[in-house]
Design a protein around this ligand. Structure first.
Ligand SMILES: [Mg+2]
Length: 365
């Protein structure tokens, strides 16, 4: 069991309602069985959202090490239940461990992770890019080059500057690309509760697919009031980490859509539990991610590929369009605006050793 702490620079600083991001800080977990099979997983915390990279590294290296060594990697749920009993929080570390176990299991039996999770419902998923540069002129250039690559879904990160700035960007994008562009807005908790309904109503003429996490994560009843008051669908992200959050959210009809992220929910299986609650409640789902390398992107892709009813796409754009480099041996597959579900046993993707060494800041064995 080896823990690699990596820091991957990004091409442009991105701004969000809850903070700026200038690098992807991740923990890659390398699990090797006695028979020599190696599985990989990634913990990708964001301090403003889930946690810190030092905590993920310590959770794996210090707290979970004894539990993992000697465990049967095929008994994924058995191991993860024990992990959850011993360690509160730390969903990113749990997600990395579950992924590495599933990667090993898949290689043992010759199935991809999405096959282990019930089978692929789809081979490709539409890709969304996040428009989040304070310098909108640079974003306009970026959107055009992505448009040329076939991307049609764009999520505008809002609420980190004036309301008029958000309206101006949406107006510009709609006028440049007409009805063909699918626009979404993510506030990352950035709207004041008292002003949220009024501001979101200002956005309704842009025919958005959804408005994401307008208010603070704990303001779940406020978000329910907003969802009931406005016509545009409201998506919960920071307010839904666990199946328990999802159940409470469904009870009060907090949102119309849940954003699924393996790194906030502690893995693919818990994400599927959230998706099951959403399906039972008539709540839609979406494929979100943290600031990640292609290893976590591949894991998220398998999780989504095995779910029925994914309509709104995913946002695994970072290794192709945001990070300085793709950490994987074979590039994370994005073509013509779609993520292609990795094929081959297990995760179907692994870090390249030379890139891992280049971007690694610490290794714990
Ligand atoms: Mg979000």
């Amino acid at each position: 069991m080896t823990v690699h702490v990596v820091r991957m620079p990004v091409k442009e600083v991105h701004s969000h309602g809850s903070g700026d991001v200038s690098a992807i800080n991740s923990v890659l977990l390398e699990l090797t069985t006695e028979s020599g099979i190696t599985g990989w997983g990634e913990a990708s915390p964001w301090p403003a959202f889930t946690g810190i990279v030092e905590a993920s590294a310590a959770a794996l290296h210090v707290h979970l090490r004894d539990l993992v060594i000697g465990a049967d990697p095929v008994k994924v749920e058995v191991v993860m239940t024990q992990v959850e009993r011993q360690l509160v929080g730390n969903p990113e570390a749990k997600s990395a461990l579950e992924c590495a176990l599933l990667d090993v299991t898949g290689q043992i039996c010759g199935f991809s992770i999405s096959e282990l999770l019930g089978g692929q419902q789809r081979a490709v998923i539409p890709l969304s890019f996040s428009v989040a540069n304070r310098d909108f002129a640079r974003d306009i250039d970026c959107v055009q080059s992505l448009w040329d690559d076939g991307i049609r879904l764009f999520k505008v990160k809002a609420g980190f500057d004036a309301h008029s700035f958000d309206l101006m960007r949406l107006t510009k994008l709609r006028s440049l690309y007409g009805d063909e562009i699918q626009l979404r807005v993510d506030y990352n908790q950035g709207l004041p509760a008292v002003d949220a309904v009024r501001r979101i109503r200002d956005l309704e003429s842009f025919a958005l697919d959804f408005v994401e996490q307008p208010v603070q994560r704990h303001e779940v009843s406020v978000m329910a009031d907003i969802a009931h008051a406005v016509a545009v669908p409201i998506m919960a992200d920071e307010s839904v980490f666990t199946p328990f959050d999802a159940l409470h959210g469904a009870t009060i009809r907090m949102a119309d859509i849940y954003s699924l992220k393996i790194n906030k929910s502690g893995g693919m299986r818990r994400s599927h539990e959230i998706a099951a609650i959403a399906r039972a409640a008539g709540i839609d789902i979406y494929g979100g991610c943290m600031f990640e390398t292609s290893i976590a992107h591949a894991a998220g892709t398998h999780m989504l590929a095995a779910l029925p009813g994914l309509r709104l796409g995913c946002e695994f754009y970072m290794s192709s369009y945001y990070a300085e480099a793709d950490l994987a041996e074979t590039e994370f597959p994005v073509k013509n605006g779609f993520v292609h579900v990795p094929t081959g046993p297990g995760l179907g993707i692994r870090p390249a050793r030379d890139k891992l060494e280049r971007y690694r800041c610490e290794m714990l064995k």
